[in-house]
Ligand binder design. Structure first.
Ligand SMILES: [Ca+2]
Length: 279
């Protein structure tokens, strides 16, 4: 993407970018301390949630390229129980807290030493149809020692983007800081060709809606083959989500899909970084 008119790394964040309030200090859940073997003083107050991590795998090199952080309750309750609960500060506040927790927990678990990147989720805010500029998230990565080029932002679009120019500016600002941008859930809801055209992502994650029956549906295979060609032409990394069976994996591999994520390879692991292939 062209970089003209976008501030450099050391420049102040443009006023057009949405500010992100300073985070509270991170307080890991006591159970986490046991799993990482890195004792810290007992936290005064734990966060109301924690994280699970699911690998994104490279079928060609047989290695994990990234872990996606997925919010969970302290008892490994599903994300919906956290995200649908009322929170002071609203959904944007919980989304931000999730990102900060994901970075802190992943780094505590040793994601840096694995060589894999960390993927965290960002919602395009319905109120402004934009994404936040994430200074608190960037500061959390700095505090945790996570280089920004090891961080992937998976952008989910909850409503149709009405201001693509502003979205482009924010995305360009983040990419100049070294972060990589993924379009999440491509092919579902509003995350489609309009978002792809609005900015040039580094990564495209194809939604389970397209991969679920890929081995049985000619139409899905034709669409994925076409999307793969778009990604090759635009130098975008394509990841297929929701892989649950060997039939799906083989059908996608036959199409030329190299990167995949799903239960077939590894379940999301609560407060742990699962290995793949399993020993
Ligand atoms: Ca995601």
């Amino acid at each position: 993407m062209a970089a003209s008119g976008v501030p450099l790394d050391s420049s102040p964040i443009p006023a057009s970018l949405i500010p992100e309030p300073s985070p509270p200090p991170f307080s890991p859940h006591p159970r986490l301390l046991k799993s990482v073997g890195n004792p810290r003083p007992a936290p005064a107050a734990s966060r109301p949630f924690s994280m699970a991590f699911q690998p994104i795998v490279d079928l060609e090199d047989t290695r994990i390229i990234a872990y996606e952080a997925l919010v969970r309750g302290l008892g490994n309750q599903p994300a919906a129980t956290i995200l649908s609960a009322p929170h002071t500060g609203g959904r944007a506040s919980i989304d931000r807290a999730c990102r900060l927790t994901a970075i802190e927990v992943a780094c505590s678990l040793g994601v840096l030493a694995t060589g894999a990147d960390l993927a965290i989720n960002v919602n395009a805010r319905p109120a402004s149809n934009n994404i936040p500029s994430l200074p608190a998230t960037i500061a959390a990565a700095d505090r945790a020692g996570l280089p920004l080029d090891r961080l992937i932002l998976e952008i989910t679009e909850e409503e149709r983007i009405r201001n693509p120019a502003q979205l482009q500016r924010t995305v360009q600002h983040l990419r100049e800081r070294g972060l990589r941008i993924a379009i999440d859930d491509f092919g579902a809801g509003f995350a489609g060709l309009t978002l792809l055209a609005a900015f040039h992502p580094d990564i495209l994650k194809i939604d389970i809606a397209l991969t679920r029956d890929v081995h049985q549906r000619h139409t899905s295979r034709v669409i994925i083959r076409s999307v793969l060609q778009i990604c090759r032409d635009l130098d975008i990394q394509l990841i297929a989500e929701g892989i649950e069976t060997s039939d799906q994996q083989h059908a996608l591999a036959d199409l030329g899909v190299r990167y995949m994520q799903g239960h077939y390879f590894a379940e999301p692991a609560f407060e742990a970084l699962p290995i793949w292939p399993a020993a």
